[in-house]
Design a protein around this ligand. Structure first.
Ligand SMILES: [Fe+2]
Length: 210
């Protein structure tokens, strides 16, 4: 279904607001991940419409967490196996939510596969390497970078260089090495930055297809 640009922005804006209402960590995380994913896409030389798709997918990548009980999302200690299995449903739940929204078809496979790993040991489908979309591979790195550099219930906050070093340790296993290099490039170019707020533009003067 084709949407007018303003309608499309409203759908995405409503989804992001719903994420925020459910869980403020995930809300802030979505905005920051969108900023970082955009920076990585820019350093890969993506043209503006392609950067926009990455940014929009990153904004809603965790929308499926709306379907995960808050007690699991905000748990301050290690999850049980059952709780972890439940949490791992969020990419599928997110894809299902987007499938019911008009104008978001382009984002569905990106969201569905944002936890697939380069070595095939991710979820939900165990895709590996280039079976995983470029956008999902970008978001995986951006997502991890934000998790490492943000105050959370567990884990020390890393500075940008420490976080990138840590991500480099998993190049070729968890992450696509190309995306790890792009994250380093983005950092050097000053693209790996976030406003840390909801000031990121969902609206854009140019209409764009999804
Ligand atoms: Fe996620």
């Amino acid at each position: 279904m084709e949407l007018r640009h303003d309608e499309h922005a409203t759908v995405l804006g409503s989804l992001v607001a719903a994420i925020n209402d459910h869980d403020t960590y995930t809300g802030g995380h979505s905005y920051r991940t969108a900023d970082y994913a955009s920076g990585i896409a820019r350093s890969l030389g993506y043209a503006s419409p392609a950067v926009k798709v990455v940014m929009q997918a990153a904004l809603v990548h965790d929308v499926g967490k709306i379907g995960i009980p808050d007690r699991i999302l905000s748990k301050e200690y290690e999850l049980t196996d059952d709780e972890r299995d439940l949490l791992k449903l969020h990419p599928v739940l997110g894809a299902n939510i987007l499938a019911r929204m008009p104008g978001t078809a382009r984002l569905i496979p990106i969201v569905l596969h944002h936890h697939e790993r380069w070595d095939g040991r991710g979820y939900p489908d165990g895709l590996s390497g280039t079976q995983i979309s470029l956008e999902s591979r970008i978001i995986l790195v951006a997502d991890a970078y934000d998790a490492m550099t943000t105050e959370r219930p567990y884990g020390r906050v890393l500075d940008p260089d420490e976080a990138l070093d840590e991500i480099s340790r998993f190049a070729g296993t968890q992450f696509d090495p190309l995306m790890v290099d792009a994250a380093h490039d983005a950092h050097r170019s000053g693209y790996l930055v976030t406003t840390g707020t909801r000031t990121i533009r969902i609206m854009d003067p140019e209409p764009h297809p999804i």
